[in-house]
Design a protein around this ligand. Structure first.
Ligand code: ACO
Length: 333
């Protein structure tokens, strides 16, 4: 896959510092060995050093070259606690509470980034999405002008579809029930991600069970309004909706159901109406359609922090380290 090759080459070039809070998790350790061998990034593993080395030895992986930091004893704890208290002043966070939170690698990692000691974070092999994201939302926050973090997947499908066989799905990971403004923002930020990472010319389909007014329902209105708001946010963006999945992807159906659309029949970005349909949708395509799914790539955060599915494989982790490193390079240089 050309795209992944390019992502790996960029990662090798920039050598970003990626922190992995699940430092003694076996798939993470196996991925660490591969990332270091392929020189995709500098890695920081969080946890008790003895436990990490023991876990690595047990599965026979070499993690020499990784930096290991114990959040419970690290000399930066004081500085990080001060930062936390400053950032959460309005929430009344005390220094004692901050120091307690820093024992948790999922809090320690975003603070490393905030303090300039790491460039990106990847976690989620053994932690639920919410537990990975909450500290990131609280301490890293969103990019200026963005209010919503969302998660996109690159889906490697049949080459007849999308951008040479790549479709981008969103939001498959974060917002359970986005309103129309949030959906518009998801559409605009996903188009930016697709452009930056895949180099595609975005054509965004706002999905529904109706195409161009074939059904009347408040859920349909929501996608129509989201499309309108997205156009206001980015007048250059090729976006259309509401439309059904077949109208978005199949040229003959697109021509029939939405003859005037520049997106219908050749969409390369699919924005789903909510997290239920998006998360189920990407897993259907991945598991039944045998598509490789790379992501979720979190977008809209002020620094690159990505979340893995707990069902992830070692190669998923390696791919996501490379993607996180690419995001760090684009954000910080
Ligand atoms: N973007 C930016 N900030 C956000 C977002 C968002 N999408 N959602 C919440 N926040 C912020 C809030 O503003 C708040 O900030 P504050 O403390 O400074 O005021 C903070 O995060 C916590 O907000 P809550 O509303 O309390 O959020 P909560 O922790 O209840 O939920 C969460 C956030 C965990 C992300 C929730 O939306 C969630 O669980 N989403 C589903 C995740 C999931 O399970 N995905 C599917 C699996 S992923 C996969 O399969 C690949």
């Amino acid at each position: 896959m050309e795209i992944l090759k390019r992502i790996y080459q960029n990662a090798q070039k920039y050598q970003k510092r990626i922190v992995l809070p699940e430092g003694n998790e076996p798939r993470t350790l196996r991925a660490t060995e591969i990332v270091l061998n392929q020189k995709l990034a500098q890695l920081i593993l969080l946890g008790n050093p003895e436990e990490i080395y023991k876990a690595a030895e047990e599965i026979g992986v070499n993690i020499e070259g990784a930096t290991i930091i114990d959040p419970k004893t690290d000399s930066n704890r004081g500085a990080y606690a001060d930062l936390m208290v400053e950032i959460r002043k309005s929430k009344g966070l005390t220094r004692e509470e901050a120091l307690e939170l820093l024992n948790d690698p999922l809090y320690f990692a975003p603070l490393m980034i905030k303090n300039g000691d790491a460039d990106g974070e990847l976690a989620g092999a053994i932690n639920a999405t919410g537990d990975v994201l909450r500290p990131a939302f609280q301490y890293i926050k969103t990019l200026p002008g963005v209010s919503v973090v969302s998660g996109a997947f690159l889906m490697f499908v049949d080459p007849h579809f999308g951008h040479d066989g790549i479709l981008v799905f969103a939001d498959c990971a974060v917002m359970p029930d986005p309103d129309e403004r949030q959906l518009a923002e998801i559409a605009v930020t996903t188009a930016r991600t697709a452009k930056a990472i895949v180099g595609m010319d975005p054509r965004v389909a706002m999905l529904s069970f109706s195409t161009m007014g074939s059904a009347q329902h408040p859920l349909v209105d929501k996608m129509v309004n989201a499309t309108r708001i997205a156009r206001e946010m980015d007048p250059e963006l090729k976006i259309d909706g509401e439309m059904q999945l077949d109208a978005a992807l199949i040229p003959e159906v697109g021509r029939l159901k939405a003859p005037d659309s520049e997106v219908a029949g050749r969409a390369n970005i699919l924005v789903f109406p909510g997290l239920e349909s998006a998360n189920i949708g990407y897993k259907l395509v991945q598991r039944l359609g045998k598509a490789e799914a790379v992501g979720p790539i979190l977008q809209g955060m002020a620094a690159p922090i990505n979340d893995l599915s707990r069902g992830c494989s070692v190669s998923d982790i390696v791919n996501m380290v490379a993607i996180t490193a690419n995001q760090a390079a684009a954000l910080f240089e």
